[in-house]
Ligand binder design. Structure first.
Ligand code: CMP
Length: 145
């Protein structure tokens, strides 16, 4: 029998989720979906850090507001493991805009708006590696159970 290949992606429980007390519920949903938590921490991003993390959106009209929001309180980066972790997590969290997010997804349940949308997920394997490296060092990432 062939062994399935597990991959890791980055999620961030955003400040809206931390403030509203929904972090536990969101983590439950992630675990119920089959993700294994391989690293986690709680931290408050500074302006420069949030700007660097979202630098791909630097020219977008929502950039300043996004940085403001992401620095408004603690957030919780998580390293999550699953088969095809990147696309699967994006499926579980739903569309960026909660009004377009499929029923039962994390954003449909917990996001307030396109900006305050509860959770971030990496959009490709390359970006997952970059984003995991932004928050976690080698020692903090548990390779396997
Ligand atoms: P995230 O998945 O973290 O990736 C980029 C973030 O920018 C996104 O979630 C939203 O929080 C935010 N964002 C994307 N598009 C918009 C928009 N049109 N207006 C406001 N915020 C946005």
């Amino acid at each position: 029998m062939s062994k399935t290949t597990q991959t890791i992606t980055l999620a961030i429980l955003k400040p809206d989720t931390m403030k509203s007390g929904n972090a536990g519920s969101v983590i439950n949903m992630l675990e119920d979906a089959g993700f294994k938590i391989r690293a986690s921490k709680v931290l408050k991003l500074r302006q420069g850090e949030a700007g660097a993390f979202y630098s791909v959106h630097r020219e977008r009209p929502f950039f300043e507001s996004l940085v403001q929001f992401m620095t408004s309180g603690p957030c919780m980066p998580l390293a999550l493991e699953h088969e095809r972790a990147v696309p699967y997590l994006r499926e579980v969290i739903g569309a960026t805009d909660p009004s377009e997010a499929a029923e039962g997804t994390i954003r449909a349940l917990y996001a307030e708006s396109k900006e305050r949308n509860a959770i971030h997920a990496s959009d490709s394997d390359v970006n997952a590696q970059l984003e995991l490296g932004f928050f976690f060092n080698r020692l903090e990432l548990v390779a396997e159970a």
